[in-house]
Design a protein around this ligand. Sequence first.
Ligand code: NAP
Length: 301
Amino acid sequence: MLPFTRITIIGLGLIGSSLARAIREYMPTVRVTGYDADAGVREVARAIDLTDDVTDTAGASVMDADLVVLCVPVRAMGAAAAEIADDLPAEAIVSDVGSCKADVLAQLSAALPGRKVIPAHPVAGTENSGPEAGFASLFQGRWCIVTPPADADQAAVERVSELWRRVGADVETMDPAHHDLVLAVTSHLPHLIAYTIVGTASDLEDVTQSEVIKYSAGGFRDFTRIAASDPTMWRDVFLANKDAVLEMLQRFSEDLSALQRAIRWNDGDALFNLFTRTRAIRRSIIEQGQDDPKPDFGRSH
Ligand code: NAP
């Protein structure tokens, strides 16, 4: 049985439009309604026939929904939820796709008191944004972490989990604060490091911009992909997951200082041991199907 029959997606960017496409592809009888605060995005969504219906107000989009998924930047979640509060059917479930969870759960619970709120985070994405960047297979073989509040209705948790399984994701349930710590290491810190490295390289005065770009295949290029990610989304992630990111950044700075010391004192063993450990981590990511094994330096695929 389908977990939902009338799904509303609010925020029709990369993730919202991918979810809309995936629902229409894998659950074609579900009616999908879309809304975005940006009139230009609504226009594009209509032009590309992204959803069955696109409404001009948030309230109109949720009137007969049995699930509403908020796909807006994390610091806009509370405002987006407040906009639908008066029109939301009593039994409707509200979920979201935000990249940090404790802050989003607090925003949604405050805006929708007494409602069924079941947050989730599909750990899948690209560096592109907007309604045309999405694609139906984005969630295939990726994890979706569902982070229900402690007193959540278990049937509602199961229905949200089933939606994500239907669009191809593997589902894990996690406490919101633990999610934020895990993602601070696996996603937020790597983005911060990429933003720093690309920023530092572009500020160097004795190496020209054209040289940085020309020789980028040495490694720099791979950081630029991550550092091209949406500025609004990532500004919001760092501010909403401040505590976990600062804790991970502190550990990272200490480890970086240890590496600096190893280089200064010619401690080749320390460098070699670390690089051997990190190579094994790459291998296990490939073994678990979270990346493909094709060599990527000088890639032609
Ligand atoms: P996106 O492509 O920039 O799309 C977000 C859309 O939401 C934009 O069209 C934006 O319009 C609209 N919006 C902003 N505030 C709104 C509001 N109050 N009501 C209705 N629409 C509103 O962003 P995205 O990459 O899809 O990210 C959406 C969410 O998914 C974020 O919470 C992010 O943390 C999460 N996420 C992203 C990724 C990723 O890799 N991108 C992966 C997993 C989860 P304007 O542009 O006019 O503001």
